[in-house]
Design a protein around this ligand. Structure first.
Ligand code: CTP
Length: 456
């Protein structure tokens, strides 16, 4: 019996897939088809797969050519499978010509001509029109958006708005945007969705205006600095059938999601403590984060990252929250600790702009702990540790590029009616973050202090 093996994502199953499987089956007596998992696709940068694994497997089965369907979830698996299943021929489409020649040590390798004029990518694009994205603001974050957006299919950066026309012009020329404007009304005429990349205190008004103009909104963190504003924005988005997402990039990355799901499945027992830290020494004292006395400071700047694992793992119903910090002369916090108390656990969030500390995340439980080394917010590895250290385990995950592509990809999917990333950061979680920001700013304002002293 001649066994043939082939692999693919088989997203939005199409004629090209059908013809490939048909010809693969005709090469032998028994066809094994490997279908990729979502996490494997994510790890290799294929972020916009529409169909679930189960749907893709069903479609391969329905073709009637597969005698056996297997799941492919890691690099190197092809070598293992060929030996394990005793495959005689490995088949892939001609777009892969040469790439799998190393498998010739194990079996015959054949590249079959690809069917012209069809691909999953084309179908994804045809099923949904390309989303025209516009940037509100053209500063540091907006700059990071541009290279990352290139990895996300289904959207294109169209233009940029900045009330300072010179900045908008400079950005648009450098980033090759179609248009730039200082006129907000005109801006909304040309875009379907916006990414709000302006200082925190302007998020709410721009988000509200964009939603009222029927635009989907991705908003930098913290989305708002007041609970009622966050609630209002989500209600507005719902009323208009629009997507509103807070851009805390870590929430959407595969490593962080893996970490959460491991903790939530009980590997370290009951969670008793979460400690999270994010600090960065700012190079210039003239930067907005240090000069904006009302809204600047370390907690509004980096607190969202630290609150993420705390609220995701322990929930928003803490019994008590308390802060302490070092302030600058103008009142901004240079180093802050937020302490949370829950019925059966506790948590600390540390942020700094003028104090450097180790940016790790530590989750302690009744059976063990998980340590995520700095920079934990770009989760690429973590260690699960037990009393019996021989049981310790290290987990490594991918974090591609600057990480923004993950949130962009979930944003595009949500706009296209597939809210697969919805659980990664929920409306209630974003509202809880806004509530904590509001509590913090109220506490900071009400707590006068001399420069450099600790306030509690
Ligand atoms: N294939 C083919 N002809 C096409 C499209 C795909 O023969 N027009 C083959 C691929 O070469 C591969 C298999 O079908 O052997 C599964 O490919 P997959 O990557 O799932 O499909 P694509 O349509 O190429 O997907 P994408 O556009 O996302 O890359």
């Amino acid at each position: 019996m001649v066994k043939v093996i082939t692999y693919g994502t088989f997203d939005l199953f199409h004629e090209g897939h059908y013809r490939l499987l048909q010809r693969a089956k005709a090469l032998g007596d028994y066809l094994i088809v490997g279908v990729t998992t979502e996490s494997f696709d994510e790890a290799r940068g294929k972020l916009n797969v529409v169909d679930s694994l189960m749907t893709r497997i069903e479609n391969v089965k329905k073709s009637g050519f597969a005698d056996e369907v297997i799941v492919e979830d890691h690099i190197g698996q092809k070598v293992e499978d060929i030996q394990k299943y005793g495959a005689d021929i490995f088949v892939l489409g001609s777009d892969w010509t040469g790439k799998f020649d190393y498998l010739k040590d194990f079996c015959e390798v054949r590249y079959l001509e690809r069917t012209k004029g069809i691909s999953s990518t084309m179908k994804r694009t045809h099923n949904h029109k390309i989303i025209r994205m516009g940037l509100i603001g053209s500063g540091r974050i907006a700059r990071r958006f541009v290279p990352e957006a290139k990895y996300v299919s289904g959207m294109e950066l169209t233009g940029v708005f900045n009330p300072h026309i010179e900045s908008a012009k400079r950005f648009a020329e450098e980033m090759e945007c179609e248009f730039y404007t200082a006129d907000e009304e005109e801006f909304y005429e040309h875009v379907d969705a916006v990414d709000i990349c302006v200082p925190h205190e302007f998020h709410y008004l721009y988000a509200k205006n964009a939603l009222e103009h029927g635009k989907h909104v991705l908003c930098e963190k913290p989305m708002t600095l007041k609970k009622a504003e966050a609630e209002e924005l989500f209600a507005l988005a719902e009323e208009h059938g629009l997507v509103l997402m807070e851009a805390i990039k870590t929430a959407y990355t595969p490593g962080f999601i893996r970490l959460l799901s491991m903790v939530q499945s009980g590997v370290i027992g009951e969670i008793r403590d979460v400690e999270s830290c994010f600090t960065r020494i700012f190079p210039k004292d003239s930067m907005r984060e240090l000069t904006n006395a009302e809204h600047g400071g370390s907690f509004t700047e980096y607190g969202s990252y630290n609150l993420l694992p705390i609220i995701k793992l322990l929930g928003k119903d803490y019994q008590d929250i308390r802060f302490e910090c070092f302030k600058a002369a103008n009142g901004v916090d240079l180093y802050t600790k937020a302490y949370f108390r829950y019925p059966h656990s506790m948590a600390t969030a540390k942020t700094g702009l003028k104090v450097k500390s180790d940016g790790h995340l530590l989750i302690s439980g009744t059976r063990g702990y998980i340590f995520v080394p700095a920079p934990w917010w770009k989760t690429t590895e973590f260690e699960i540790c037990y009393e019996d250290f021989t049981q310790n385990e290290k987990v490594y995950t991918k974090y591609l590029g600057d990480g923004l592509r993950y949130e962009l990809s979930d944003f595009v999917s949500a706009i296209n009616g597939n809210p697969r990333g919805g659980f990664k950061l929920t409306r209630n979680e974003s509202i809880a973050f806004a509530d904590i920001m509001e509590k913090f700013l109220a506490w900071r304002k009400a707590t006068p202090i001399e420069e450099g002293t600790v306030i509690i």
